[in-house]
Design a protein around this ligand. Structure first.
Ligand code: FAD
Length: 329
């Protein structure tokens, strides 16, 4: 049976692995200690934070179908927060969502973890190099450790990281380098006592911030009051190389301005920097497949920048590889 290495255990990588399991010997390599990628969850003491994707929507039949199966099994829930638009220059107003919004349960990264059941996933294993062999590819890990020989390699990393890792012979290098990603800072605040806000989630305008959510108000999350605050992507670009404590203070100040400085001091405060948070441009293909070199790349940035785009990219690359392999045999 042919072998396939998938790099990354976010939603695109896990979806691709599920598609091809049984049709190839599939191994997924993930540099983090946990599943989910940018569908991330951070837990500390009594607090929990979904510090990457906040929710997802489903506009395609394929993603709706996954969602309805997972809703039936209680792995995904609808999310109906009290939502506002907060504007530092105007009066805040209530926002209505025109389509269903979903969250994974009990936390955001649990979805990839559940979908990965039965797959061969090597967590805590960063792929640092891909070397050509006479037949196929040799993957290297940290300290040059060999990670195995594979017939096929598929990257599900954000395009700039895929560009660095994939060999120069990959014919879609220029497509990868054309995708622009913006950064984001996620500020995670845990409070000893619950603070009453007039919203569960807020889209923020004209500020260093873009989003505030009471993570603890999401169904199934621990009750200890926790706030998840995201920076504005354009502002984050200007702060990328700044001292992280200065970034944290600027975000706390912006939060104070928006909620009227009435928040108590947090018991817990942490900040995460996403260097590659959101694709600002996409390559407008569902995936990039270099059949001659047996290399591929997929991920949200192929056709968008959302969880559903990542899912569809992994799914469609899987379908294409199945068709190709059927023709080869
Ligand atoms: C702050 C933030 C908020 C967001 N909010 C939303 C939202 O509300 N709704 C929405 O739909 N989308 C949102 N998104 C976007 C959404 O999270 C992504 O579209 C989606 O999760 C991307 O999935 P992916 O599998 O394509 O990539 P990723 O999730 O980035 O997966 C790539 C994986 O590869 C791993 N990796 C990287 N390098 C290596 C290596 N060398 N070796 C091994 N593994 C490696 C990474 O650790 C990661 O797990 C948000 C993203 C961020 C960062």
């Amino acid at each position: 049976m042919r072998s396939l290495a998938i790099i990354g255990a976010g939603i695109a990588g896990i979806t691709l692995a599920r598609q091809l399991q049984g049709r190839a010997e599939v191994t997924v390599f993930e540099k983090s200690r946990d599943f989910g990628g940018r569908m991330a969850t951070y837990k500390t003491g009594p607090y929990q934070f979904d510090h990457g994707a906040q929710f997802f929507t489903a506009r395609s039949m394929q993603f709706q179908s996954l969602i309805s199966n997972c809703v039936a099994e209680n792995k995904i829930q609808s999310w109906l927060p009290r939502i506002l638009t907060l504007d530092s220059e105007k009066k805040s107003f209530k926002r209505e969502w025109s389509e269903p919004h979903y969250i994974a349960a009990p936390c955001m990264n649990s979805l990839c973890k559940t979908l990965a059941l039965g797959l061969n996933v090597k967590l805590d294993t960063e792929v640092t190099g891909i070397d050509a062999l006479e037949q196929g590819w040799l993957l290297r890990g940290s300290a040059e450790k060999p990670l195995g020989h594979f017939d096929w390699v598929a990257s599900t990393l954000p395009a700039p990281q895929a560009n660095e890792l994939l060999p120069d012979c990959f014919i879609y290098k220029s497509e990868l380098s054309a995708v622009d990603f913006s950064p984001c800072f996620s500020l995670m605040l845990g409070f000893e006592s619950t603070h009453k806000l007039n919203f569960d989630a807020a889209v923020v305008k004209n500020s260093a911030l873009s989003w505030i959510a009471a993570n603890s108000s999401k169904q199934g999350r621990p009750h200890s009051f926790s706030l998840m605050v995201h920076s504005n992507n354009a502002w984050a670009r200007t702060q990328l190389e700044n001292n992280i404590d200065d970034v944290r203070h600027s975000m706390l100040d912006a939060l104070g301005e928006l909620v009227g400085y009435s928040l108590p001091l947090p018991e817990h405060s942490a900040i995460h920097r996403w260097k590659y948070a959101r694709a600002e441009t996409s390559c407008e293909e569902s995936f990039l497949l270099d059949e001659a070199n047996r290399l591929a790349a997929c991920g949200d940035w192929c056709a968008g920048n959302r969880v559903e785009d990542a899912y569809l990219s992994g799914l469609k690359l899987g379908e294409q590889l199945q068709t190709l392999w059927r023709c080869e045999t």
